[in-house]
Design a protein around this ligand. Structure first.
Ligand SMILES: NC(=O)c1ccc[n+]([C@@H]2O[C@H](COP(=O)([O-])OP(=O)(O)OC[C@H]3O[C@@H](n4cnc5c(N)ncnc54)[C@H](O)[C@@H]3O)[C@@H](O)[C@H]2O)c1
Ligand SMILES: [Fe+2]
Length: 386
């Protein structure tokens, strides 16, 4: 089957990339924008740095700063109301994956009638929206270059995965200097999200010759820089490496796919509000062990790319070293296990494991995994990760 590769029209990388925002808006004749961000970006002063540049260039703006982590339909609707009232011609997303995902859906609502749940799944956004300029600050999700948005439906407790080329930002401005303020726990969470994107894109049944080199480079950069960025938040070369890893991981998985880890991770986020990267990290070792038989050679290549295998080891040994290495990495960067993190919720977790397993399968991601699990196997994996 032919495969499509989509990316923003421009991806601007490197220190100072943020300065390119105004020129990129002006060359497209855009004079009124909505900035979608969160409260931290306002309190840290980064939002006013951006709006100061806009004002100096005579570009009108409104700011919607009420996006919460794991954005909800209510967040999208509130931002969409402000967009309509402001008559903005374009949307600027500033922050981590949460503001970027929220902005993606806000930008397509003027041209695609809701309800928002209609966009869930693959290719459910028929018409292009407003131009979107994405400025990531976490070096994690890669959302600045993906055609994916994840919005939580709080009534059904489901994180809705939407994939459509109309959700792709027009311009991504990847400035690693914006990630220097991340504390270690956030660096660990978003960094393992990036590594999971690289691994899942590479082992996915939908991997392509265009996504493989991006996925492997993402994995290699995570191996080189994640722990340094965690240990030394101000280390510029580690932050630069992780920013590129995140963007490459986004390009890779959005044009290949994620798989079982993400499929199982979203329901944990929807029901227990565990940060996305942390729930990925908790699942990654056991899901890797489960999936290795379906793609031994590919998992072995991942382990070698991370530098976790001695020369001459066979593929099976290398793939086993990968799962063990991922567990050790979690310990080194202080990712707790699920049971410790949710220690007060053990009974409820067991009760809802079958619903989470059904939601995971319904998202479609597990179908791209090297080993496609049954509901019962997913329940078992949830309990094993506990
Ligand atoms: N669209 C995609 O392709 C895609 C891919 C993976 C994950 N996601 C989604 O993205 C969301 C998670 O995004 P995220 O992990 O980037 O976190 P986030 O955007 O939820 O941010 C987490 C916290 O970090 C803070 N923060 C952001 N940048 C900071 C900085 N530079 N310094 C200090 N604090 C900072 C935020 O204010 C927030 O409090 C989830 O909803 C997840 O499902 C989307
Ligand atoms: Fe992710």
């Amino acid at each position: 089957m032919p495969s499509h590769f989509n990316a923003p029209s421009s991806v601007i990388t490197g220190a100072g990339a943020l300065q390119e925002l105004v020129p990129e808006l002006l060359r497209r004749g855009l004079k009124r924008v909505l900035v979608v961000t969160d409260s931290y970006m306002v309190s840290s002063g980064l939002a006013s740095r951006v709006t100061g540049d806009l004002a100096a260039a005579g570009i009108g703006f409104e700011v919607f700063a009420d996006v919460q982590p794991d954005p909800t339909e209510a967040n999208v609707l509130a931002g969409s109301g402000l967009l309509q009232a402001s008559r903005a011609q374009a949307v600027i997303a500033l922050g981590g994956g949460s503001p970027i995902d929220c902005a993606k859906v806000i930008a397509v609502l003027p041209t695609n009638p809701g309800p928002i749940s209609r966009f869930m799944g693959r290719h459910q956004v028929p018409t292009a929206g407003l131009p979107l300029f994405a400025i990531p600050t976490t070096a994690g999700t890669g959302s600045e270059v993906t055609k994916v948005a994840v919005i939580t439906d709080t009534e059904r407790d489901v994180k809705m995965m939407m994939l459509d080329v109309h959700l792709m930002p027009t311009v991504a401005l990847v400035d690693f200097e914006l990630s220097l303020t991340m504390p270690p726990a956030l660096t660990a969470a978003v960094g393992i999200d990036t590594l999971t994107h690289g691994i899942e894109a590479y082992v996915s049944r939908l991997a392509t010759p265009l996504t493989d080199p991006l996925a492997l480079s993402c994995i290699r950069l995570c191996g080189e820089h994640l722990e340094t960025a965690w240990r030394e938040p101000g280390n510029r070369s580690a932050r630069a490496g992780m920013a590129i890893a995140a963007t490459q991981g986004g390009l890779a998985f959005s044009n290949s796919s994620v798989a079982l880890v993400h499929g199982m991770s979203r329901p944990i986020g929807a029901l227990f509000h565990v940060p996305h990267g942390i729930s990925n990290a908790m699942l990654l070792p056991s899901v890797t062990r489960f999936s290795v038989p379906g793609a031994v050679e590919r998992y072995a290549t991942v382990a070698r790319t991370l530098g976790w295998v001695r020369d001459g080891e066979d593929d099976r040994t290398a793939a086993t070293a990968l799962a063990d290495g991922l567990e050790a990495l979690n310990r080194r960067i202080h990712v707790p296990n699920l049971g410790t993190y949710l220690s007060n919720h053990q009974t409820r977790f067991r009760e809802v494991a079958p619903k989470m397993a059904r939601d995971a399968l319904a998202s479609g991601s597990p179908a791209n995994n090297p080993v496609v699990p049954t509901v019962e196997q997913i329940v078992e994996l949830y309990l094993r990760a506990w």
